[in-house]
Design a protein around this ligand. Sequence first.
Ligand code: AMP
Length: 303
Amino acid sequence: MAQSVQLSNPITKSPTGITPVVRSVADLRNVVAEWRRAGLTVGLVPTMGSLHAGHLSLVTRGKTDCDRVIATIFVNPKQFDRAADLDGYPRMEEQDRALLTGVGCDLLFAPSVSEIYPQGFAAQVALQSALTGCLEGAHRAGHFDGVTTVVCKLLLMALADSAYFGEKDYQQLLVVEKMVADLNIPTNIIACETVREDDGLALSSRNVHLSADERQLAVQVIRQLRDVAQQVRSTDGPLEGILNAACQALLSAGFDKVDYLELRRAEALDKRITEGAELSRVAGRLLVAAWLGQTRLIDNIAV
Ligand code: AMP
């Protein structure tokens, strides 16, 4: 068992007040089993670390719903489609742990890659659906298979009552909800609102890669989304021109590429909304992915 955890009495707080860390599945399960024996409810917040106020809002929400909250930090190699993105992904566990301590997180699970994917690991959890084929799925080969495989494993390791996911990754949220429903995983998936900077930019671990100039431009993503949302709400007619103009506006502002900027049905994302009139019958979600230099920004809002 990990020495860094108070396994003698893990249902109480660590005496130092610092969020304890475990690195093995066995230690994680021991702590959760103790909590369960004491009748405590458990929340889970899966992350890839480099934590910001968006991640911490999930922990805080978990703390309001559950007696104990576990955050996980695991930079999952299977969900990266570009080696440079994986290699350059920011890692700062000590700082993350201090932030988790600040919001009263009860346990940090920070496993190695070999703990999650031991030699010979051969399983894969994948949805065969239009949901994983569009938007992020169309632009990042294998991304959602990596997400569903690791999230399924984390959910089964912790068997928490609830797990918290951000609407920032709206498509991922729907993918996780669908996987949990289809596999009867006994954990409630709780969606949490996107936390933004004062100017509206969605917080993201990747924002640290933006230069000062790029950071100034980055705000155009949410500005365009809000602008498009207003326009599509006030027309019954075709939306293609509005969406194309917003793409063009991002490119003219200095974005290098727009992977997509689309309005889709919010509950399944499988169908585009092409006419404003449809919005009186179905809820819409406006989603965008755009490149500023080497940094890919994603965002979305309800319409
Ligand atoms: P990541 O570490 O980027 O994999 O994100 C871990 C979790 O935090 C995911 O459920 C994300 O959707 C969520 N998250 C990331 N950024 C934000 C944000 N700005 N607001 C709310 N949740 C977020």
